[in-house]
Write a protein of this length. Structure first.
Length: 271
């Protein structure tokens, strides 16, 4: 049977039917929990992550999207979901990219990173939950699949205007940092350079991105992380510092925390 590929406007119909599936799984209790957890930073339908995942895979199979849509149209569909208002719709787009398209080799950092950057530029990724999901579920696995050139390109986001894209320039590597230079020669140096750039900002989510990545990097190169923290101590917020040194020896943690207080830094205001 020949299946006619739909026109672009038909993508909206596919999205609408996925949204019906999501609404069917939504509860007021889940919506209230997520809204409080994100402090109102995002809009929620009230669907748990496992239910979003189940809805996406059932929708993909029952709608025969792999047959009806070209790979490019499937990517358009995933990215359009990330442009929707509700967090669950955005998460559906993330899971579509991670669990359906990426394993099929359908993503290419050369053509797709500019499209991903557009999501930040236009404010479609505008809270820490979607940013971090996108980082650990799409960007990190894309780097693991496609290597150093992809990593270097994401690293360049450290100087962008959007705080979320800057956060992504380090958080994308959160699940890779513990391997350090086993990822590729120069990985640790790249991470420390990116962290130094992000520490120019007092914005909480730039700072906490640095803390997260340094914490994981300390598993592979404790000495370089200690040296970096010591050299940049007065640039850290208290929150970011505590996270960065979490896995260091107790005596080192105590020394760095005491020095941080003595430097006159009281921690940056949470935003």
């Amino acid at each position: 049977m020949n299946l006619r590929k739909p026109s672009v406007p038909a993508l909206d119909a596919f999205i609408a039917r996925l949204q019906l599936r999501l609404n069917a799984r939504a509860t007021a209790a889940t919506r209230e929990w997520w809204t409080k957890y994100l402090r109102g930073a995002a809009s929620f339908r009230g669907v748990k992550m496992d239910d979003v995942r189940a809805a996406v895979h059932t929708w993909f199979e029952e709608e025969q999207l792999g047959k009806l849509l070209s790979v490019d149209q499937q990517k358009d569909l995933a990215l359009t979901l990330l442009e929707e208002d509700h967090a669950e719709d955005k998460l559906a787009g993330v899971l579509f990219l991670q669990e359906i398209l990426l394993p099929e080799g359908a993503l290419d950092w050369r053509s797709d990173l500019p499209r991903f950057a557009h999501l930040f530029d236009e404010g479609y990724i505008r809270d820490w939950s979607i940013c971090d999901w996108f980082c650990v579920k799409v960007l990190g696995p894309l780097v693991a699949q496609q290597g150093e050139p992809c990593a270097r390109a994401i690293s360049e986001w450290r100087g962008t205007q959007s705080v979320w894209q800057r956060r992504a320039s380090v958080v994308a590597f959160a699940n890779l940092a513990s391997k350090g230079d086993q990822n590729f020669a120069g990985f640790t140096e790249m991470m420390l350079n990116d962290c130094s750039r992000l520490l120019e900002s007092q914005e909480r989510f730039a700072q906490t991105g640095v803390g997260w990545v340094l914490r994981e990097l300390s598993r592979s190169d404790q000495g370089r992380v200690i040296g970096f923290v010591e050299a940049n101590l007065n640039r850290f917020s208290r929150e970011a510092l505590k996270n960065a040194i979490k896995y260091l020896p107790p005596d080192v943690k105590e020394r760095l925390l005491r020095a941080h207080l003595q430097s006159g830094t009281r921690g940056l205001r949470r935003r």
